[in-house]
Design a protein around this ligand. Structure first.
Ligand code: PNS
Length: 164
């Protein structure tokens, strides 16, 4: 079975991610959407487990599964018997770091290749960071987030504001 892994921080999942997941699901027999816990990044708005739940709430496609991984992506791909990583490319600015990651992952696991999906024009500007920034200003997020998680994001921001 041709399995592809779509890794990311997904803090939180956006409509841009959903677009890539659907396209990857049409191209591969199985897609594992994996929340990668990045040791170098700050703790984030949502915990990895919460991000996983938000993903599961947002999209239901038969050949799409969800997971969390705390290790190296290249090792995880071996464990899953996957030879393809899927990444979305929004702009030229993404290109350099994404190609660097693809090359490192290929070095660590020579059976592994990376396939880039150009992001849909509609979502070229979109990122989880932009969504979090807008959420802090209570902007309308309906065009950016799956409707299933709009309230989760709003209430998490409100909860964080109370703690400040
Ligand atoms: O959504 P993001 O933050 O752009 O995703 C980046 C991510 C999580 C895919 C990347 O940081 C990653 O793969 N982290 C796992 C650790 C790893 O394998 N690092 C080596 C690749 S350079």
């Amino acid at each position: 079975m041709k399995t592809a892994i779509y890794p990311g921080s997904f803090d939180p999942v956006t409509l841009g991610h959903i677009n890539i997941i659907k396209r990857a699901a049409a191209a591969f027999e199985k897609v594992i959407v994996c929340v990668m816990v990045n040791a170098a990044k700050d703790s984030g708005l949502f915990t990895p487990e919460e991000r996983l739940e938000l993903l599961k709430k947002s999209i239901h496609v038969d050949n799409v599964e969800f997971d969390i991984n705390r290790g190296l992506l290249a090792e995880y791909a071996k464990q899953q018997n996957a030879r393809v990583l899927v990444k979305g490319l929004r702009a030229v600015s993404d290109y350099e770091s994404e190609v660097q990651m693809a090359l490192i992952n290929g070095k660590l696991n020579p059976d592994l290749d990376t396939v880039f999906f150009p992001s849909s024009e509609k979502y070229t500007y979109l990122s989880s960071s932009v969504v979090k920034e807008l959420a802090r200003y209570h902007a309308d997020l309906t065009e950016f987030l799956p409707r299933e998680i709009l309230e989760d994001v709003k209430s998490k921001i409100a909860e964080k504001e109370k703690c400040r």
